[in-house]
Design a binder for this molecule. Structure first.
Ligand code: AHR
Length: 596
């Protein structure tokens, strides 16, 4: 292997090359990186018809002691459903009757942490209510606070803090009373007080993203952006402003409700917290099963222009002022938008695309626009700065596809490989070494072609182990644990070094690395080799063995400009030579080999 580091022969890899694609899939956001512990906090998940389905809220008590239903008496006009709880018993059980919410497959409540409870209550009677965090189906109490002596005749916001005296990974929030009467509830939220920078993100998951040092964040989908039907698509406007006023929506492609606590503003904030450039994928009036004709697309275009003003407008502008009121007077540096997701073949895509493209180009000439149409084999039929390329395939195919962009046209739009992964079940399982090796090979091909490939992101990013809708994924979590699949660890290589090497075969490979044009001497003490491999090609990580397939870094004592190296069978290796001027001087003064 010959490496020539002379500046005149090398080419800089674009700063944007490796980033993240976040989609609300597999409960990645709701019940995932968004730290809200209550699921269906506004009782809206069953839709606006009452009585509505309040799942996963359930009742504590029996038919003779409590009657729970929903009505449209909320103080919030956009999410009008409220829960009406009528306590029927004169002599209620000492533990009270009421309702509980188990969160997303059980709440992780930890001793030593504080949990902020916010809820809206109304009652015409004098109320004695207890809010508790409990474990073991309510048998073990972790924390309790009570509400009493307050005039609740109008909707009242109640804010309390719970300090648990015990840890339980499958806790629930209980709201109980022993006093006969009627209480209405709405917008019940329970947040750990220690979210990342107080921004609402679950810290451990955010740290895993920071480890990847992403250069961009594409959000919020994927198919989630489109919806199976337009009525269920992501509508940014309904996801901003005070959380209590957000209607939430049913993501019909991945089949779950989200309260939209993680909304458009939070995605922009997440990008900022990660130091990543935001890439806003918006709906172009097209879902999986219905489309808006180009002749009537204008209101959708206007809606997207408003979203750009929300991100980039001054704090005095109409939408910029909404952003400022949410706590971010500074503009978000939104420089990329993707016009739809996987919609190229749809009847109205091209017409709609051009309407969005022209309007955005006129209002924000610096914004780079990403088309859904694949320009890798034939020129696009419309203007674009980048085109989107998605690939999910077998390990063998993806390995071969490392050459995919070798002969792609260098004229015209650049490439954004915004979704790639080995997903064939027998190769990938829930995230195998084999999958990660093929993906690594593919990425080395993207690095090589990074004059035309500007960005790449693995997909999907997250999976809650309780909702494995899509396998494999980069990061697996439940209410309290998380680990990276080999595909996650593979990505960590590319954050700091380029030119890593994949051995996709069953035999070790011996070879010589000759480096020329280095700017300084090789520092053997600081040079390292990092290897990702395992005993079996289909090995995976798990909650019980999170570190089965992870990179192992060791010193490279033989590091030099000319060195012998070995690649283990089925492995991914990066050789990182540390350079410094001092080493160069020592090498010149004390040569290790004598010239006879
Ligand atoms: O990553 C999962 C899905 O795959 C995305 O939602 C979609 O864009 C692609 O088809």
């Amino acid at each position: 292997l010959e490496v020539d580091a002379s500046w005149n022969l090398s080419r800089k890899i674009p700063d944007t090359l490796f980033g993240l694609f976040f989609e609300e899939i597999n409960h990645a956001g709701a019940g995932g990186i968004w730290a809200e512990l209550v699921s269906n906090r506004g009782f809206e998940a069953g839709g606006p018809h009452t009585p509505s389905n309040i799942d996963p809220w359930s009742i504590i008590g029996d038919e003779s002691s409590i009657y729970v239903t929903t009505d449209c008496s909320s103080c919030f006009s956009q999410n009008i459903v409220a829960l009406r709880m009528e306590i029927l018993c004169d002599n209620c059980p000492a533990s009270g009757v009421g309702i509980y919410n188990p969160g997303f497959w059980g709440m992780n409540i930890e001793e030593g942490k504080a949990y902020n409870l916010v809820m809206y209550i109304r009652s015409l009677e004098s109320v004695e209510l207890t809010a508790s965090l409990t474990c073991s189906d309510g048998l073990q109490n972790l924390a309790s606070v009570s509400v009493q002596g307050i005039d609740l005749s109008n909707w009242t916001k109640i804010e309390l803090q719970l300090l648990p005296e015990g840890t339980c990974r499958t806790s629930r929030l209980e709201l109980t009373s022993m006093r006969k009467g009627i209480i209405w509830f709405d917008q019940v939220s329970l947040m750990p007080s220690d979210t990342y920078k107080g921004h609402g993100f679950r810290k451990e998951l955010l740290y895993m993203l920071l480890e990847l040092r992403p250069q961009f964040l594409r959000f919020p989908g994927g198919c989630f952006v489109e919806g199976d039907w337009l009525r269920n698509a992501f509508r940014w406007r309904e996801t901003i402003g005070p959380w209590e006023q957000r209607p939430g929506h049913f993501g019909d492609v991945w089949n779950y409700w989200t309260d939209d606590g993680l909304g458009y503003y939070e995605f922009l904030q997440l990008s900022e917290d990660l130091g990543a450039s935001p890439i806003w994928v918006f709906n172009v009036g097209i879902s999986h099963h219905d489309e808006v004709d180009t002749t009537i697309i204008e209101p959708f275009v206007k809606d997207v222009l408003d979203s750009l003003e929300f991100a980039r407008g001054s704090a005095e502008s109409t939408w910029g002022s909404v952003r400022a009121a949410m706590g971010h007077p500074e503009r978000f540096p939104l420089k990329y938008v993707a016009i739809g997701n996987e919609d190229c073949e749809k009847e109205f895509y091209r017409g709609n695309y051009l309407k969005f493209y022209d309007a955005i180009h006129k209002a924000y000439p610096d914004i780079q626009m990403i088309s859904n149409c694949d320009g890798s084999s034939r020129p696009l039929a419309h203007p674009a700065d980048l085109y989107d390329f998605h690939v999910y395939t077998s390990a063998a195919n993806l390995f071969i596809m490392k050459n995919k962009f070798d002969r792609t046209s260098r004229i015209g739009p650049k490439v954004f490989v915004s979704e790639y992964a080995v997903n064939e079940q027998r190769d990938a399982g829930k995230g195998s070494l084999l999958a990660s090796l093929a993906e690594a090979a593919f990425l080395t091909g993207l690095e090589k072609n990074s004059d035309v490939v500007q960005m790449a992101s693995y997909a999907p990013l997250f999976v809650n182990d309780n909702d494995r809708t899509w396998n494999p994924d980069a990061i697996v979590f439940n209410s309290w644990q998380q680990y990276g699949t080999p595909s996650y660890w593979m990505q960590t290589y590319f954050r700091e070094s380029s030119g890593s090497i994949v051995n996709f075969g069953p035999n070790a490979v011996n070879f010589t690395i000759s480096s020329r044009g280095l700017q300084a001497g090789v520092n053997t003490a600081k040079s390292t080799v990092t290897v990702l491999t395992s005993g079996n090609l289909l090995d995976e990580n798990s909650f019980s063995e999170p570190n089965k397939v992870v990179p192992v870094k060791s010193e490279l004592p033989d590091a030099s400009e000319e060195m012998e190296a070995v690649l283990a069978p089925y492995s991914f290796t990066s050789f990182d030579l540390a350079l410094d001027q001092y080493s160069k001087l020592v090498a010149e003064m004390f040569p290790t080999k004598c010239a006879n």
